[in-house]
Ligand binder design. Structure first.
Ligand SMILES: O=C(O)[C@H](CCc1ccccc1)CC1(C(=O)N[C@@H](Cc2c[nH]c3ccccc23)C(=O)O)CCCC1
Ligand SMILES: [Zn+2]
Length: 312
């Protein structure tokens, strides 16, 4: 008997009720959403199967699997509804997520083909699938890979990272933080786009994430600081959207909707594999000009934001 689509239910990592698309298959239920692109599929890495053997009458019991599945559905919908993009490759590519990867692994990743989530050790992180912005971050690496293809080191890598954070913050839209839901050590988040300097990244001497180009990390840790210097572009994007004064430079924000359109157009039309921060500034100004005109508030906001973080 063939599989058929069902709306299923489950509780996420933190016990919250979730609803999502799955399939009834040979008397069991599997995390395969056939309604989005070529499918959204979520696996338990310890068993290698997407069949939730514990599921009965469409109730799924694996919280990390439920959250990872919903993260992918929501991020698929964000790119489709906001930019008309059909999955990471704009051709419906199947979105694959694996949960319970590693042993209490304190991380998550996009490996070029799929998303993987660790369960965390309960001291630094809770299961990372519990963070919608984490899932959106990982899938956004797939979008970057199929557009500008920003090389994952030094400044192009920091832009790759920044784009994953920006889209992560746009999908998980109620704040400008990354990882706020999955921190087990009492810190507010893994990164803040609003005020990078409030987050300690122990890989830098100062410990703080840079919010100005003059404070960029120069060294070999973290592929040349891709998760560190991303905060410079993150701050710029935050200022474009929300505005504010930064190092004495005032920016009038233009809101999340214009900001996401500007950054997506810059990524998909102007940036390339080796683009650096200066090219990011030019690409965002050009994208804003294309969309809103050269004398627009949007162009002004982008220009001022990059002035404020010291990128020319
Ligand atoms: O996708 C990414 O960029 C991160 C994947 C990192 C990774 C790269 C290559 C192979 C495996 C894992 C995962 C996330 C991340 O930013 N991880 C931080 C975790 C971290 C913060 N501070 C650290 C200090 C040391 C080691 C790790 C960290 C990182 O790997 O940077 C993104 C959202 C949340 C988890
Ligand atoms: Zn990343």
């Amino acid at each position: 008997n063939a599989a058929h689509d069902v709306t299923a239910f489950g509780k996420g990592v933190f016990g919250d009720k979730r609803k999502f698309e799955a399939q009834a298959y040979e008397g069991k239920f599997r995390l395969f959403d056939a309604t989005r692109g070529d499918g959204v599929v979520t696996y338990d890495n310890t068993t290698g199967t997407n069949v939730d053997v514990l599921s009965i009458n469409k109730m799924f019991k694996d919280g990390a699997a439920v959250d990872a599945h919903v993260n992918a559905e929501k991020t698929y919908d964000y790119f489709k509804e906001t930019f008309g993009r059909d999955s990471v490759d704009d051709n419906g590519q199947q979105l694959i997520s694996a949960v319970h990867v590693g042993e209490n692994w304190n991380n998550a990743s996009w490996n070029g083909r799929q998303m993987s989530y660790g369960d965390g050790d309960g001291e630094r992180f809770y299961p990372l699938a519990g963070g919608l912005d984490v899932g959106a971050h990982e899938m956004s690496h797939g979008v970057v890979q199929h557009t500008a293809g920003l090389i994952y080191r030094n400044e192009s890598g920091a832009l790759n990272e920044s784009y994953a954070d920006i889209f992560g913050a746009m999908v998980d839209r109620d704040d400008w933080l990354i990882g706020e839901d999955i921190m087990a050590d009492g810190s507010i988040a893994l990164r803040s786009l609003e005020d990078p300097s409030v987050i300690v990244d122990e890989r830098t001497e100062s410990g703080y994430s840079p919010d100005h180009w003059s404070k960029r990390y120069i060294g070999n840790l973290d592929n040349g600081g891709v998760h560190i210097n991303s905060s410079i572009n993150n701050k710029a994007a935050y200022l474009v959207s929300e505005g504010g004064e930064h190092y004495g430079i005032a920016v009038s924000g233009v809101g999340r909707e214009a900001t996401e359109q500007i950054y997506y157009r810059a990524l998909s039309f102007y940036l390339t594999r080796n683009s650096d921060f200066s090219m990011m500034r030019q690409a965002a100004i050009q994208a804003a000009t294309d969309l809103y005109g050269s004398n627009s508030a949007e162009v002004q906001a982008v220009t001022q934001a990059y002035n404020a973080v010291g990128v020319y």
